[in-house]
Design a protein around this ligand. Structure first.
Ligand code: R1P
Length: 271
């Protein structure tokens, strides 16, 4: 198999030829949250399908484009959509964009997602600062031979969600009068939504929100030495807390709160 470092060289050379040179922040925009990338100035947009070693995203609400440019005065590279494990991709494929972001020079990533609220104090439409996660996917993107130039064999996850970025998010949310919940995101493989029993379990285990993404990306970010800010949009209450669940509702809720979400991320970038 081709070494990860060789694959990354091919991907980053391609992106550099397209004009993507200096990158400070990588953004991964979750279900229904991709519109933020439309605000990037002097944008260069490349469909995932054209990028060497990239997969494609076939999920509704994920446009499937990489968008580069300036946002809040920072050089950003945004994934307008992401790859999910349940689409049949390996964990390595799902997290390849994070590898790419580190390889092209980003020092930080902002990961976002649509999530189900487990915490009984949350209501749909709340934004949640992710303070930590539980990887409940029963897989890990770092399983396999470790390429030492990519990162350590046993990465420390104690501060995977960078505390100083969490503080920035709290401050900007307060300044904007945006209520910001905080909590632990528990990542399942999907694609089924969780059962009511699984949600009761997740609450006992310390989860505040559940979803089918993010944890593997943040594991690779920690391995790569990237700082992380994580924001969930609580699009619905989890199973057993409302009558039924569907993806249309998830995307509808993001539509309703995308204004607040975009302002929060832009202000955090500017800070
Ligand atoms: C389910 O409605 C979808 O929304 C969330 C889940 O993970 C799943 O893909 O999407 P993101 O995590 O990509 O935002």
């Amino acid at each position: 198999m081709t070494k990860l470092s060789e694959m990354l060289k091919e991907t980053t050379s391609f992106l550099k030829e397209k004009g993507i040179k200096e990158v400070e922040f990588g953004l991964i925009l979750g279900s229904g949250l991709g519109e933020l990338a439309d605000e990037i100035e002097d944008a260069i947009a490349i469909p995932f399908s054209e990028i060497p070693h990239f997969a494609v995203s076939a999920v509704v609400g994920h446009a499937g484009k990489l968008v580069y440019g300036t946002l809040s005065g920072k050089k950003v590279l945004a994934m307008q959509g992401r790859f999910h494990y349940y689409e049949g991709h390996s964990m390595q494929t799902v997290t390849y964009p994070v590898r790419m972001m580190a390889a092209i020079g980003a020092h930080s990533i902002i990961v976002t997602n649509a999530a189900g609220g487990v915490n009984e104090n949350f209501t749909p439409g709340n934004l949640m600062l992710i303070t930590d996660h539980i990887n409940f996917t029963f897989d890990n993107p770092l399983i396999g031979e470790n390429e030492d130039e990519m990162g350590p064999r046993f990465p420390d996850m104690s501060h995977a969600y960078t505390p100083e970025y969490a503080e920035v998010a709290r401050k900007v949310a307060k300044a904007q009068n945006v209520p910001l919940q905080e909590g632990v995101y528990m990542g399942f493989s999907g694609p089924t939504y969780e059962t009511p029993a699984e949600i009761r379990m997740s609450r006992v285990m310390g989860a505040d929100a559940v979803g089918m993404s993010t944890v593997s990306e943040v594991i690779v970010a920690a391995h790569s030495g990237l700082k992380v800010l994580g924001i969930s949009c609580i699009t619905n209450l989890a199973a057993g807390m409302q009558s039924s669940l569907n993806h249309a509702e998830v995307v509808e809720t993001t539509e309703r709160v995308k204004g607040q979400f975009k302002e929060l991320v832009k202000a955090a970038l500017a800070a």
